[in-house]
Design a protein around this ligand. Structure first.
Ligand code: OSB
Ligand code: MG
Length: 373
């Protein structure tokens, strides 16, 4: 199989409800869609880099630059179509995991479609449905937060995560716990705290949380270990885990007891699977994080979350949690029991709706094998 053409598109989609984290509030999502074409089949991958370098140092524009000027030319120059060969070759370039992951995902989708198999089959998935959770942003008031949590619970979500930051943490947990004493509840700080906050963070132990996610900044494995020693609630790392190596170091240091896996953050599905397998061997549970993907990126996440060690509910919600109109048809829905079905069709197993993609597109460029003369 030879890749004949690669299309890059920047899309922008408005959220159904604003999403606020310790980084700030946003009203829409800008991301890149990668398409690889070969022999009449096309593979799709979503690049989860956001418009601004807040969660990660990558942005939509850095990912566009690295794809256009380095990764796409690499595919053509080396004649690559196999995702594992791409992942190996892409290591030549440092950093830019989200740009790499988007193209690797597109090659996986192409390969799986060519073989007539869903991604879950190629990746070693074992589950037909996954446990869905929902991530709730910071609201204007604690009452608004409790109302929103109540709405998601009545839709059937089994686990609630709330975003926290200094000034919106202990009281937010107290408000949700007062209303819902029994639910599976966890918090995510996106690195908003510093070690001087340890005495304050310890107050979170009072709320019977499933986990506290990423209290300190990404590079701070050592201080996470110090905090984990003082807290009874398990810590989970998101931003800090960028590879199998960093997962091993975090676990050896005692920096966390749970690992969040995101394909974009770790540079692609192959590295994500390595982290999954490593954690499984160590008896450490993982779960699949989300980056407010469209249905295209989310479908790939569903396949990943079908692997056996994704034991905790995931940040994988139905299309209507994010979008008025998702980019796929049928949309992703929540089933009874708070689960989502893993698509069964070839590749990502969902059909993109071209008209909606066109409506969301803000830039587009196509690349073909440069002719040798
Ligand atoms: O930290 O998990 C995070 C969204 C954007 C950036 C970072 C995070 C998130 C979420 C959303 O929590 C989870 C989802 O996609 O449902
Ligand atoms: Mg997180």
């Amino acid at each position: 199989m030879t890749i004949e053409r690669i299309d890059l598109e920047i899309l922008r989609l408005p959220y159904v409800h604003f999403f606020e984290t310790s980084f700030g509030r946003s009203y829409d999502r800008t991301f890149i869609l990668v398409r690889v074409h070969a022999g009449g089949i096309s593979g799709l991958g979503e690049v989860v880099a956001e418009e601004a370098p807040l969660y990660s140092s990558e942005t939509t524009e850095t990912a566009w630059h690295v794809l256009r000027d380095f990764l796409v030319p690499l595919v053509f120059k080396e004649g690559i179509s196999d995702p594992a060969a791409f992942a190996r070759a892409a290591k030549t370039y440092r950093g830019h995991p989200m740009a790499k992951a988007g193209l690797e995902l597109a090659l996986w989708d192409l390969k799986a479609k060519a073989e007539g198999l869903p991604l879950t089959a190629l990746w070693g998935g074992t589950k037909a449905e996954i446990a869905a959770g929902v991530s709730c942003g910071i609201e204007d008031t604690f009452d608004d937060l409790v109302a929103r949590v109540g709405g998601y619970l009545s839709e059937g979500y089994r686990r609630i995560k709330i975003k926290i930051k200094p000034g919106w943490d202990v009281e937010a947990c107290a408000a949700v716990r007062r209303a819902y004493p029994e639910i599976a509840l966890q918090v995510d700080a996106n690195g908003a705290y510093v070690p001087a906050d340890i005495p304050h963070l310890k107050k979170l132990d009072a709320f019977n949380l499933v986990m506290v996610e990423q209290p300190f900044p990404p590079y701070d494995l050592w201080d996470h270990a110090g905090l984990q020693e003082e807290m009874k609630t398990p810590l989970c790392l998101d931003e800090s885990i960028v590879s199998e190596t960093s997962a091993r170091q975090a676990l050896e240091m005692g920096s966390c007891r749970i690992v969040n896996i995101k394909v974009g953050r770790v540079g692609g599905p192959l590295e994500a699977k390595r982290i999954h397998d490593f954690c499984q061997a160590r008896g450490v549970p993982v779960w699949c994080g989300g980056m407010l993907e469209s249905g295209i990126g989310r479908a790939a996440n569903l396949h990943l979350a079908s692997l056996p060690n994704f034991e905790l509910p995931n940040d994988l919600s139905a299309s209507n949690r994010y979008w008025k109109e998702d980019l796929i048809d049928p949309e992703i829905v929540l089933e009874k029991g708070g689960v989502i079905k893993v698509p069964t069709g070839p590749g990502i197993g969902v059909r993109p709706v071209e008209e909606r993609i066109r409506k969301a597109a803000v830039r587009r460029e196509s690349f073909e094998v440069p002719s040798r003369r």
